[in-house]
Write a protein that binds this ligand. Structure first.
Ligand SMILES: [Zn+2]
Ligand SMILES: [Zn+2]
Length: 129
């Protein structure tokens, strides 16, 4: 008779990894990149790879629990921020972030419910004007 002791359920390691990634993700109050999150996760468990972090973010996004934005050719994420807004100075190309909390002024023009949005406004900043 062969007795296998301490046989862990197949998914338990994966589940623990997800819990750790989730916990570290909640420490960001604003925006974060996959690398930012990976850095924090890595401090606690060096066996978790970047690919696992990416998969976690992808699943969460598909479940509608994570918002994602394009910031200066980088993908940024947030669990709380439902918008990401850029004012881009045309003189220097500098990106200045600003907050818009609601798109009520567009409500009548959008044929659906807004979950998140990204705004890009171009102009000349005060420093260059
Ligand atoms: Zn940005
Ligand atoms: Zn400027």
């Amino acid at each position: 008779m062969i007795l296998i002791l301490n046989k862990m359920p197949r998914n338990s390691r994966k589940t623990n990894q997800k819990l750790l990634i989730d916990k570290q993700m909640r420490t960001f109050s604003g925006f974060f990149s996959a690398h930012d999150l990976f850095g924090r996760v890595h401090e606690h468990d060096a066996t978790i790879g970047l690919a696992t972090v990416y998969r976690f973010l992808k699943d969460l996004r598909e479940a509608g629990k994570l918002y994602s934005y394009d910031c200066d050719n980088r993908q940024l994420y947030s669990t709380t921020k439902k918008s990401h807004c850029h004012f881009i100075c045309e003189e220097t190309g500098e990106i200045i972030h600003f907050d818009v909390n609601s798109l009520d002024f567009l409500k009548d023009k959008i044929p659906g419910t807004i979950t998140s949005f990204q705004i890009e406004v171009r102009g000349v900043c005060k420093k260059c004007d």
